[in-house]
Design a protein around this ligand. Structure first.
Ligand code: 5GP
Ligand code: ZN
Length: 112
């Protein structure tokens, strides 16, 4: 999608610090990190949010989580948090599906 910042990052039209790239998935450092390690894992294909995952494209969900797990192993994270914010009320600001991988510190539960 032309106006989507994450589509532009996936197409390398705007720069980012890429940490992993596969056929359907790309991962890069978050511009405004909320933990010592904060990586965003996105599908290259524009999907708006988890609410736009369907039977036709649901395999991408596993690919995002697998990529997150591989990055966490590479970074030797003791533990980590994966977050999908869905819609504005839950904190989504970029409407291109993404998984936050957060690590390198302790996280509170419940998250607030
Ligand atoms: P959301 O709030 O939608 O779940 O997460 C969007 C994330 O994208 C935020 O953590 C924000 O810091 C990050 N972000 C927004 N614009 C850019 C950008 O241009 N480059 C990078 N690397 N991260 C971005
Ligand atoms: Zn997009």
């Amino acid at each position: 999608m032309d106006s989507c910042i994450f589509c532009k990052i996936a197409k390398k039209e705007i720069p980012s610090e890429i940490v992993l790239e596969k056929d359907e998935v790309i991962a890069f450092k978050d511009l405004s990190p909320q933990a010592p390690f904060h990586i965003l894992i996105i599908p290259k294909l524009h999907i708006k949010s988890t609410q736009d995952i369907s039977d036709a494209n649901s395999s991408i969900a596993g690919k995002l989580i697998l990529a997150a797990s591989e990055i966490a192993k590479d970074l030797k994270l003791e533990g980590y948090r994966l977050v999908f914010n869905c819609n504005e009320i839950a904190g989504q600001t970029v409407f291109h599906l993404h998984c936050h991988l957060l690590g390198g510190r302790r996280f509170a539960w419940p998250p607030g």
